[in-house]
Design a protein around this ligand. Sequence first.
Ligand code: MN
Length: 256
Amino acid sequence: MRILITNDDGINAKGLEILKAIALGLSPDVWTVAPETNQSGTSHSMTLHSPLRLRAIDERTYAVAGTPTDCVIMAVRHLLKDQPPDLILSGVNHGSNLAEDITYSGTVAAAMEGTLLGVRSIALSLMMGFEEDGKRTAFWETALAHAPSLIRMLIEAPWRPGTLINVNFPDVSPEKISGITVTRQGVRDQNLLNIDSRSDPWGTPYFWFGFERRRSTLVEGTDLSAMADGKISVTPLSLNLTDRDAFAALEQLVAR
Ligand code: MN
């Protein structure tokens, strides 16, 4: 089995090193194509208006000066075009990709692109700890311990074209994982986006976008709730964004 690994945190990210170890536990045929720099929050963007640079690090490891989507395209359609990957793994992201995070996530977008190119794709993210002192605990060993058997199970399952899988690991040590649960994409009950406005030495304003870290009210069966329960969350996502609930109401409306 040929596996492509990528991420949005960049070629030097700790999570990519963890993912490589996970992938090598599944197959010796592992290829890495990841962004040169941190591309978190770039979602499904691709580079269309500037040339793309590809840097070979070793025979099976490449960095692309572009987005996660660029990386997947370069890998599947250029580097590995004679023998495309059987599986794409994206991550392990530094931070969870839950609820509406999915719409911003470069980690999930790499799996979307893989799916569009006809390759089964899984996004993997690790929740960072909520600590009072602002310190964030990263339990990389939790992903390392639990991802291989989970991925093995997922690739055995029937897989619809157009479906990708979003996996999140909670911020607990490996032995504290209380199971695996299939979840729905949750909804946060608050908008946590902050705009930090500052001033440069010349008095010109500049801004930082950031997200406040607060727990949402938990709805059972969602990805958010799985994290609070110390469970590994597995959410099947569809590339088709049609809102089925709104469909009938709109159809009635236009038929009037
Ligand atoms: Mn990221």
